[in-house]
Design a protein around this ligand. Sequence first.
Ligand SMILES: [Zn+2]
Ligand SMILES: [Zn+2]
Length: 446
Amino acid sequence: MSTRSRRPGTTTRHDRPAPALPGLDALSVPTAELYLDLHRHPELSGDERRTAARFADRLDADGFRVLRGIGGHGVAAELRNGDGPAVLLRAELDALPVAEDTGAPYASTATAPGPDGRPVPLMHACGHDAHLACVAAAARWFAARREQWRGTLLVVGQPAEETLSGARAMLEDGLYERITPPDDVLAQHTAPFPAGMVAHADGPVMAGSALLEARFEGEGGHAATPHLTADPLLAAAGSVVRLSAVAARESDPAERLVVTASSLRAGDTGSTGNVIASTAVLHVTVRAFSEPALDRAVAAVERVVRAEAAAAARPPRATVTALSRSGVTLADPEVTAAVRAAHQRQFGAARVTGWPGSTATEDFPLLTGAGAALHGRPGIRGCYWMLGATGPAQWTAAPGGGAAEKLRVLPANHSPRYLPSVRLTLETGTAALVTAALARLGPAEG
Ligand SMILES: [Zn+2]
Ligand SMILES: [Zn+2]
């Protein structure tokens, strides 16, 4: 992820933070311990057995009704506390196949067997371990202070976010039939702006995406006689070049469309170099901030791929398949206004900044709005904000005079060097969740 942000400004009389919520300080140590444990033991999407168990056990110990194994290793937990709204806090369980290179004493050395049997290094390079630790801490705070709120607090540990499949799997496994359906779903995501801050978007928080696979199936042959082949390579290579024109030449710059040809495979790795391959496979990632823009870009990829194949004297057969698609993450304006105001009261206005929208993507939208309506639960509203994760020393040491320059060089999510500041990120993330959920749950009976 990359974005712009402003540094904390001067706190004025009007944006002085509220006194710290009682009981948050006592959560710091167990929250950091859970984070470090999860960080040392990352698990791949769909394989989050240990992570789910740690998360679920903790909620169980805090008095939640806990359901396990929903849509894979998904965890859902519920704490009823009288009449009132139902508010769900969602975090993700999965990590990434990345070799950690942070140098942190708690860096992951974990591996998992890869497709060829060789070990694949694993890392919580997206910050999901921090999200889980903050949600567990917030859940503990609510369980210990039932006199301060009314309603139902729900918690979800979602598997397989990185593959954009876990939210759907949980819904299809009856998530919203098995727990009290939420009125609001709240989530946060770390990003490399200064720890201690949160950021809210006025428009889309994250882009919608489509991952497409284009297959060119031709007829290979001898490299010395290319005129006798139906060459899939030329059509695939032509597509890579031409696809760059979809964003550069066909779309309004204000749309912020991304079309990236991300991998191209053709031929055998053991090829002697004198064989033209019969098949080429091209992966294309599309990101856009509205569904119509996403639809137009997907149609453009299909058009370019077919046209490049058709341009050959002996055209290879070209097909385009959608491997995954995610919706645009749009925070509900009314819920977001209430949560942003609560964050400003809690942290002071200088620690609550704007968010320009990221071209990263999420399957969070499925848990709200039209996604939840498909599973018989219309009217669920979502709020999603970003959580700063770069500690003060790392921020100061980053070259560049302004925030935008620093953000270009600081390791971001999915980088092997992504290193959230433990104390400040967790404390801010926990307080952000508690204040947001308090603002949406019913007030305590007087
Ligand atoms: Zn990620
Ligand atoms: Zn993530």
